[in-house]
Design a protein around this ligand. Structure first.
Ligand SMILES: [Zn+2]
Ligand SMILES: [Zn+2]
Length: 145
């Protein structure tokens, strides 16, 4: 999933601003953003917005998450689904409805240790980690992913 910059007009305030927004894979940015604006304008009739133009990609990529498990997993009090990213291979737990889960996680495959299902803040951290070689997957991590 890629992020694009959109130039947006605040119709009522007569101002414009630039708004970065992720666009789902295979979706047209204009179509996607207009759908967002349509529901925004319904929710905020006093702050209506209009797309002026797509400026271009910001270079930020988001994880392309897919559900891994066929059935929802239940362990103790926890009920969750597992989402995995096609690009970096990270696996996330998505807990039951009502709990926040953002589908928009910034994807940095070069900073991920897949032996630990962990993302590092920078490559120095990842390199030091690989040197130590002390890999461990979280205990909720599924077998055979
Ligand atoms: Zn990813
Ligand atoms: Zn590791």
């Amino acid at each position: 999933m890629k992020e694009f910059n959109f130039e947006v007009e605040n119709i009522d305030r007569k101002t414009t601003h630039i708004e970065p927004n992720p666009v789902p894979e295979g979706k047209d940015p204009v179509e996607h953003f207009n759908e967002l604006l349509e529901s925004w304008n319904k929710d905020y009739p006093n702050d209506r917005r209009k797309l002026i133009k797509v400026i271009g990609e910001t270079g930020v990529r988001y994880c392309s998450l897919e559900k891994v498990n066929y059935f929802t997993i239940s362990r103790g009090d926890d009920i969750y689904d597992l989402m995995s990213c096609k690009n970096c291979g990270l696996v996330f737990q998505r807990f039951g409805l009502g709990q926040n889960f953002s589908n928009y996680k910034i994807c940095k495959p070069h900073l991920v240790c897949n032996k630990c299902n962990k993302i590092f803040a920078n490559s120095a951290g990842l390199n030091a980690h690989n040197k130590r070689g002390n890999h461990k997957l979280p205990n909720w991590y599924p077998d055979g992913v």
